[in-house]
Design a protein around this ligand. Structure first.
Ligand code: AMP
Length: 359
């Protein structure tokens, strides 16, 4: 295992070549690190700015060996990293952060909710099923409406369906591909919030102020941060963050998606064991952003401060909205972040803009 803190000049491995990997690589470079990105695509947003790119699948043994030769610490930018790849890297003497426990919890919506509730982080009521008959029985017990989601591999609202009537549950199970599902009670929320938090190798934690998030078609459209919240909500978010980070013996930055309920409670929707789109505001709202914070944590450096120096409205640039770059670049209070993606397919995250407001 490597010695911590990792000195500048060391190489940090990153699984995944998307925009989150790109912004991690840029932050790592600013602290003097080299980066090695493992990604299937030879021309990826992260690969364009990394020191090294290894082209291969995340489960390709030769690619993982090449990564292990370059980097003794590996992190990732998406949560569906195969467990076998983590084991393989660890067997090669590589430290993977965040660790296998965080990944296994985040990859299965049922394990995630069970972990959260056991840690004292409340969620909606839920049940799970592996068959159409099981889904029908669970729905009959819970009542409708409810939200059915595949246990694994859903993102940006994909792999989920509302079930309006108990009698529709078996059909919804089949429509989701006949895969194991979770059934969730509807959250009667007034808004969606998220918190970005970090834990270092020494167990120290740092929590950013809450962001208020607005989605469209399941994709994050806009975040406002710091969100204007009642003090008890901010306090609750910090408590939840501490419980989750400690419960997972976590190292790195985590994104925790929350529902602010009509009755004043704060429930956890899901956790992302990585930097998070709703934390992009920290790039222009805080002196140490979520990307540098993550690099600091996994490299065993001290965590940085999280207090904001501006209020930010973060807007994702989806598809051809990125064509507005010249207009946005001319706005004195807008900071443009573009991902270097060649094709602006509809709904694809091409960049984001942080609009600065007075705090
Ligand atoms: P998820 O993929 O779990 O993050 O869900 C995507 C979006 O669906 C969330 O951001 C919410 O807007 C909505 N959603 C998820 N779970 C629930 C729920 N139990 N009740 C109501 N809305 C939900």
């Amino acid at each position: 295992m490597p010695q911590f803190p990792l000195p500048p000049g060391s190489t940090l491995g990153i699984l995944g070549g998307g925009q989150l990997g790109r912004m991690l690589a840029l932050a790592a470079a600013r602290l003097g690190f080299e980066t090695a990105v493992l990604e299937r695509d030879a021309d990826s947003p992260a690969g364009q700015v990394a020191t090294h790119t290894i082209v291969g699948g995340y489960d390709d043994p030769a690619a993982l060996e090449a990564l292990a030769r370059l980097a003794r610490v590996v992190t990732y930018e998406f949560e569906n990293v195969p467990a076998a790849s983590v084991l393989k890297l660890q067997a090669l003497g590589v430290d993977v952060a965040p660790g296998a426990e965080a990944l296994s919890v985040a990859q299965d919506r049922v394990a995630e909710k069970q972990f959260l509730n056991a840690s004292g982080a409340p969620t909606v009521a839920f049940a799970f099923a592996d068959s159409a008959a099981g889904a029908a029985a669970a729905a009959a017990t819970m009542g409708a409406p409810l939200l059915m989601k595949t246990r694994r591999e859903g993102y940006d609202g994909k792999g989920q369906r509302w079930v309006e009537h108990v009698a529709d549950a078996a059909g919804a199970f089949e429509a989701l591909g006949g895969r194991p599902v979770i059934l969730e009670a509807p959250a009667d929320f007034v808004r969606e919030l998220s918190v970005i938090a970090a834990r270092g190798r020494d167990g120290a934690t740092a929590v950013y102020p809450l962001a208020e998030n607005h989605h469209e078609h399941g994709i994050l459209r806009r975040s406002l941060a710091p969100a204007l919240v009642m003090p008890h909500i901010a306090f609750e978010a910090e408590k939840i963050s501490a419980r989750v980070l400690q419960g997972l013996n976590y190292v790195g930055v985590i994104g925790i998606e929350l529902f602010e309920m009509r009755d004043g409670r704060l429930l956890v929707n899901e956790i992302a064991p990585r930097v998070h789109n709703s934390g992009h505001w920290t790039q222009d709202g805080c002196s140490v952003d979520q990307f540098e914070q993550h690099v600091r944590a996994v490299a065993g450096w001290p965590l940085g401060p999280t207090q904001p120096h501006a209020r930010i409205e973060m807007l994702n640039l989806l598809g051809d909205e990125v064509d507005q770059w010249a207009k946005l670049a001319a706005e004195p209070d807008s900071r443009l972040h573009l991902y270097g993606k060649r094709d602006a397919k509809p709904g694809r995250k091409m960049g984001h803009v942080n609009k600065l407001r007075a705090l």
